[in-house]
Every structure is written in C-alpha cells, then in structure tokens.
Design a protein around this ligand. Sequence first.
Ligand code: AMP
Ligand code: ZN
Length: 141
Amino acid sequence: MCIFCRIASGELPASVVYEDERTIVFLDIQPINPGHVLVVPKTHAESLADLSPEDAGQMMRVGQMMDQALRQSQLHCEGVNLFLADGKAAGQEVGHVHLHVFPRFEGDDFSLNLESFDRSTPGREQLNETAKKLKQAVDSL
Ligand code: AMP
Ligand code: ZN
C-alpha cells in the first residue's frame, strides 16, 4: 500500500482536518505555510487521468471548501494556491494523486515562479499549431 493509502486507512498517523466518503484532507508534514493541506482521494490512483470523474470532482470541491476554510480560519491567509503535480517531471513525489491547498500572504517568500520564469510569446500561427495538436488529442479522448 502507498503512504497516502496507509494514512487513509488509519494505519499511519496524520493531522486530519476533513474526511468524507471519497476524500481525506490532512496537513502536509512539510508545509509551505501553516495550514498547508493535501486533499487526497481515498481510492488509490497514481495520476489524475486514473481518477474516476466522481473522485476528481470531489477532490476539487473539497479543495474549494478548504480554500474557504483557510480564508475564514485564524491562520495567516490573504490568498490561496491550489497545486497538483501530475507525474515525476511535474514534481510529483508521492505516487497517489493529491491536491495541495495552502494559504498565501504578502511577504511569505514562496513563489511559483510564473512571473520570473522567462516565458516565450509565440505568434498566433504557432499558437494555432499547438492548439491543433492538443485539439486532436481532446477529440480522440
Ligand atoms: P508532491 O511533490 O506533490 O508529490 O508532494 C508530496 C507532498 O506530500 C510533500 O509536500 C510532502 O511534504 C507530503 N508528505 C509526504 N509524506 C507525508 C506524510 N506522511 N504526511 C503528510 N504529508 C506528507
Ligand atoms: Zn495510494
């Protein structure tokens, strides 16, 4: 059993803040900021595509709920990031899908680097070429 399945079954300890039929939410042991939680589907699936639509939907609904809870809590929270690493190359370390939800505030020193990352600005032709490749894949799902 994977580490998150062992937490979900109660075999390993975790600081649980919410649980329903499909999901369990517990604190990340290496939080980016206090209140950093992981929303974990109880049924094991390694990647997002392996999740049932019901589990994927519930993971996002619970993520929305945790966003609201963080904002209304006594924890320091001026904004919230939701983050999901799908695959090793995307930074996934635990092979059981999970949605990170963590509070943000001015000066917390965390950065997703979207602003500083040197992004290209392709022309419309190139954007359309990329869209075509992706649309083909969407159509064949
Ligand atoms: P990721 O890189 O998205 O796979 O993130 C895995 C996350 O799980 C990291 O932020 C870890 O700190 C967290 N983590 C690993 N083991 C545990 C554990 N036993 N309890 C809570 N969080 C954990
Ligand atoms: Zn698992």
